[in-house]
Design a protein. Structure first.
Length: 201
């Protein structure tokens, strides 16, 4: 393979650390309608008004598998309207007009060791006014409740992440899409992908 082409391929988030090995987890390839399959769970979390309250992983609740009307996409839904997860997207919402509702995709480890979390997210809201306009979202990543990544995503913005971290059997890696700093959740959503692999030295 051409050396330049190989370097370009390895620069893609989620690829370099998987060269020569299968990933431990893939949020897109591992997506399913079963909670816990391949380590993935699909949850929602009710936070404080501004989202600054301490994140408690055990307070995240399971979504329900459903088919939406119209396009019949099979997605995970929270009790609150539009708070959801699909294969490559997440939508946050406001709960009871006074709390943030987060969409949380969780991977639970079945082994000990050092891992590397890679991927990207893109805010799907459009800038300005009109259809699908919004103020953006916040991407937060937690390992066993400890925040390891926090990135605001204005409309149409993209964030990439590459996070080395130790884990143990039963460790929880949570990927949360939140409304951001307040309660404006209009068209708050993001395209999202992540892979988890063994860390390379």
């Amino acid at each position: 393979m051409n050396r330049l082409l190989l370097s370009l391929i390895l620069s893609i988030p989620g690829i370099a650390h998987l060269a020569g090995q299968s990933p431990l987890a893939d949020s897109v390839g591992g997506y399913s309608g079963e909670q816990g399959k391949q380590g993935w769970s699909y949850l929602y979390y009710v936070s404080s008004k501004d989202g600054t309250g301490t994140y408690v992983p055990d307070d995240a609740r399971p979504m329900k598998w459903a088919a939406t009307s119209g396009d019949a996409k099979e997605i995970w839904l929270a009790p609150q309207p539009w708070l959801s997860l699909s294969r490559e997207s997440a939508k946050s919402r406001v709960v009871d007009d006074c709390y943030q509702g987060w969409a949380v995709r969780r991977w639970t480890s079945d082994q000990d060791g050092e891992i590397e979390i890679r991927g990207s997210a893109k805010c799907t809201a459009k800038a300005g006014e009109g259809d699908e306009a919004g103020d953006g979202v916040l991407l937060r990543i937690f390992v066993d409740g400890k925040e390891v990544f926090n990135k605001p995503l204005p409309p149409q913005a993209v964030a990439e992440f590459q996070i080395p971290t130790p884990i143990r059997r039963g460790s929880k890696v949570d990927f949360a899409i939140t409304p951001g700093p307040g309660l404006n959740a209009l068209f708050d959503g993001a395209h999202f992908n992540a892979t988890i692999g063994k860390a390379t030295k």
